[in-house]
Design a protein around this ligand. Structure first.
Ligand code: UFG
Length: 322
């Protein structure tokens, strides 16, 4: 049995589906603060908080072999306004989970980390051994949790894989689960809102970056590719391998303008694009070097930007009744 914390959220629900499809049993733990019970279509569901002592019953009542830990807050902007909230949920509550694992002898942990641990990278593409210099409380909360995992592994009888996601995007091709944030802050769903007329326009945050068209470049990775990496990470630990940290990206960068143009092409819709000021805390370019996970786990991304946007558009049409 695999415990999937945050399995009612965006990446957690896609991974929970993928795990069940290949025959793993799961129990999903989510407090539904950001997640949706309707996204838990596979495995058992427990509505509780990872910081609560009561989660002990999950470990008591199930034969948990590993924990995949998605439950976390993930908005950079919110973390700047409420750093304590991020410290408590993302860091301190993870310590509660780790303590519970230790008490019940659960020794495999797969952690949702982020490219935000790098801050402004020294060079592009980013390799895992670059210095970690997070520039916002969200990135910092994930950074110190990675450090806690290192210490836990040093104690022995515990191994983890930390997966540093770049820009998770796209949705389940069957539209059984998808991306639904409130408020939405991510580029692709917001552009699709403009394409369908839910919003009257999309704003580009900054046109004076040191990039070919002046807009920020990001590495968009399909959520199913992330889900696949989690399964490979679990099997790697199950085979008795020791702790590792991996980047997860496509290795290809797209500018905000290129994403908007691809959305126009995929949807066949035109819409208004505003040129706006930079958003605080946005690095100009983030592109992953994911060769380490390719070499060690045989993982490689399957889906390109057009497929990512097409899957997000189908989900967008479904939830908005288009
Ligand atoms: N952007 C716009 N207009 C918008 C929204 C976003 O121009 O309305 C731009 C942003 O400035 C950025 C790019 O689109 O350059 C992507 O922005 P997102 O908000 O979609 O994603 P981020 O790159 O800011 O953040 C994502 C995750 C974080 C994670 C980070 C690490 O949401 O949790 O990737 O790479 F930390």
């Amino acid at each position: 049995m695999i415990l999937v914390t945050g399995g009612a959220g965006y990446i957690g629900s896609h991974t929970n589906k993928a795990l069940n499809k290949v025959g793993y049993d799961t129990v999903v733990l989510d407090n539904l603060e950001k997640g949706y019970e309707s996204f838990v279509k596979w495995g058992e569901f427990v509505n509780d908080d990872i910081g609560s002592k009561s989660i002990e019953s999950i470990f008591k009542n199930n034969d948990i072999d590993a924990v995949m830990h998605f439950a976390a807050f993930s908005s950079v902007a919110e973390s700047v306004e409420q750093p304590q909230k991020y410290l408590k949920n993302n860091y301190k509550n993870t310590l509660n989970l780790l303590q519970m694992m230790r008490e019940y002898g659960v020794d495999k942990f797969i952690f949702s980390s982020t490219a935000a641990v790098y801050g402004n990278p020294e060079s592009i593409p980013i390799t895992e051994n670059q210095e970690l210099k997070p520039i916002n409380p969200y990135g910092h909360s994930k950074f110190i949790t990675e450090k806690a995992l290192e210490r836990e592994a040093e104690k022995g009888d515990f191994n983890y894989v930390s997966l540093r996601y770049f820009n998770a995007a796209g949705c389940d091709f069957d539209c059984e689960v998808g991306e639904l944030h409130d408020p939405e802050t991510h580029l692709i769903p917001l552009v699709l809102d403009a394409a369908s007329g839910i919003r009257d326009s999309i704003s580009i945050f900054g046109t004076d970056y040191d990039t070919p068209d002046g807009t920020c470049i990001r590495d968009y990775i399909h959520v199913n590719d992330l889900a696949d990496a989690h399964i490979k990470a679990y099997e790697y630990l199950k085979d008795g391998n020791s702790s590792e940290v991996f980047n997860l990206g496509n290795g290809q960068g797209y500018s905000v303008k290129e994403v908007i143009d691809t959305c126009k092409k995929v949807t066949g819709k035109d819409f208004k694009v505003n040129l706006d000021e930079r958003r605080e805390g946005d690095p100009g370019i983030l592109i992953a070097d994911s060769s380490k996970i390719n070499e060690k786990l045989g993982w490689s991304p399957k889906y390109d930007l057009e497929t990512i946007i097409d899957s997000a558009w189908k989900w967008h049409e479904k939830i908005n009744g288009i």
